[in-house]
Design a protein around this ligand. Sequence first.
Ligand code: PLP
Length: 394
Amino acid sequence: MKVNQNYQNLEDSYLFSTIARKVAEYGERNPSAKIIRLGIGDVTLPLAPVVIDAMQQALCEMSVQESFRGYGPEQGYSFLKDEIQEYYARRGTELDADEIFISDGAKSDLGNILDLFDVDNTVLIPDPVYPVYVDTNVMAGRKIVFMDANAENGFLPLPDPAVQADIIYLCSPNNPTGAAYDRAGLKAWVDYANAQNAVILYDAAYECFIEDESLPRSIYEIEGAKDCAIEFCSFSKMAGFTGTRCGYTVVPMALERGGMNLHKMWLRRQTTKFNGVPYVVQRGAAAVFTREGQKQIHETLAYYKENAKVLAQTLDELGIWYTGGKNSPYLWLECPNGMDSWTFFDYLLENANVVGTPGAGFGKNGDRFFRLTAFGDKQKTLEAAERLKKLLAK
Ligand code: PLP
């Protein structure tokens, strides 16, 4: 028996367990401390009423023989794919409904897509990064080249023609940095990928936070992207589906590499290894695109966006350098006074009772940076902002 030895090369992730331990220990030592958590990347507001209604209705259908549904299409029901196609069309991006594959979330597909690629490929990943891109490739034993995202490039690295890559990960708006590419930046990546015969795996899980109309919400808004990019999207942050699980992946029909059609390969992969997202969940997701659904999810998104604004204004007032906060639920700030990210974590916890996420947990370039999130409670976010102002004012 031989097991996958690559698992030995995975670095243990102590980030969130260390945060939880430090917060618990501090709480035990200081039972009266009112700790505010701005570290989590999970949403906190409930599903929209239209989603609940649609799911209840779908559940009732399942209880009646005439409307009961068993296995559905592995790629998702047309009623949901058509809504997503419309969602893109409203922004001027034409997709064939069959280019859209419904999934149980972006994370699964970001891992599963690697089934399409040989081990013998070079992967280009920004640092700092959402750790899933790194670990899924380490598991497969692929060679990873990191590109530096840093204050100099605004945490939006551009391609270096001297670097050879086959698979490129881009996430915009980015987790953890909140930075979002403009059209020129994405065009540079699309041109580079096509010149290198590479594939871009484009994570658009936070596209719904983009407010600036000049910024692209999909990589397919960029000419040439259908020849090189696969896009991953999610209902998690858009409509609070983190626990309900639904997302989608777009694989263009025209996307070919190594003499094979990646769309056909993905269809084959999904129909072989996946049996689709529950009907009830897909009905809930489709309700997001109704007029009332859009109104309701935008109210929730506005709540988070307001939190982001409060935190961004606080950092502006304090003169602290940061990315994100606009077009993103994340704020990525430079730790004050040259502190490293874990020192700043302790300092903030002990002196303001505010919890964030040390940037070091996302890669070496995060070592002097710190992530705050806008997914918390409004009053608590306001309170945290006041505490930050008090503690960090020069
Ligand atoms: N991509 C990024 C950048 C994320 O931050 C997350 C979740 O936090 C995901 C993907 C996962 O999304 P999903 O809940 O759809 O699996």
